[in-house]
Design a protein around this ligand. Sequence first.
Ligand SMILES: Nc1nc2c(ncn2[C@@H]2O[C@H](COP(=O)(O)OP(=O)(O)OP(=O)(O)O)[C@@H](O)[C@H]2O)c(=O)[nH]1
Length: 323
Amino acid sequence: MEFINNLLDGDFMPHGHCLLWRTDLLILHVGGDTLTFIAYMLIPVALVRLVKARDDLRFDWMFLLFAGFIFFCGATHILGIINVWHGYYYIHGIIKSMTGIISMLTAISLWYLLPEAISLPSKRIMSAKIVELMRAEQKLADANQHLEAEVQKRTAQLEKMATTDELTALLNRRETMRLLELEIARAERQGSVLSIMMLDLDDFKAVNDNHGHQAGDRALISAAESFKQLLRKTDFIGRVGGEEFLVILPDTDINNACELAERVRQALQQHTTDNPSIPACTTSIGVAECSAGDNLHSLIQRADETLYRAKSNGRNCVCLATS
Ligand SMILES: Nc1nc2c(ncn2[C@@H]2O[C@H](COP(=O)(O)OP(=O)(O)OP(=O)(O)O)[C@@H](O)[C@H]2O)c(=O)[nH]1
């Protein structure tokens, strides 16, 4: 109780009482303290706002401690003004003591944090790191782009490999059959004509036996080129067996297909005669036209049977399938 009475007793001789005798001194002291007080109250508010706004701030507790320290400093200044007229020395003393404690805490904490704060990277180092990171990022993006282009190239290569015959670069068997199935469906849907030619090189075993397997390969490549030259862009040709080829002729009836087959047969014979580096080769051809109700299997079978007939007729000739 006595402590409370002492606390609220403002009747001590005010320490700045003498200032009341000199207005200029009073203005200087009270004015200076007032400005300091206002500034000391605004600084903690700014610091608290900063800590609240930036959750990534390092040592945020230090900012708050500093805000408390400034606040108490401000409080001692306002008591300094009051005590010019009154003498609240107990309150002033308590506030000064608290300011002292929080000042010591702040000073100790500051020294404690100093090595860590000094070791924080400077703005210059951070800028250099950012530039380094951006370069690394750019390199990564370039590498990624290169990789994507490589993957696309490889995918295209694989797609080609999956559909192409390695030796002759014609369509392979699977792709040829897939396309034939599509063309049969298209012809049926559109009511258009479609013919196929089944070609088989004659006595090819003898070609290999007499000239060697590599010469046989050259003959196959050369035959493929010779066939291709006579076809339209809309026709398809694939190697469907060792020395067997299938030509798909959309929008072509059996008579036109037969004429073409005859030209193909003669062209191959001529081609191998004109090129002594290639073993002489002839081909037998079976031609069949797709009719209503045909499917891949039935059409191929008819062309195969016709080819067999051409072989039986002495080879190097064209036979037409009867539907
Ligand atoms: N060089 C080479 N020969 C192949 C290839 N594929 C198949 N052959 C050969 O082609 C020959 C086919 O022989 P056969 O099936 O007896 O037919 P053929 O000798 O042509 O007789 P016919 O078809 O009755 O006229 C075999 O000797 C196979 O080794 C190839 O990719 N390269």
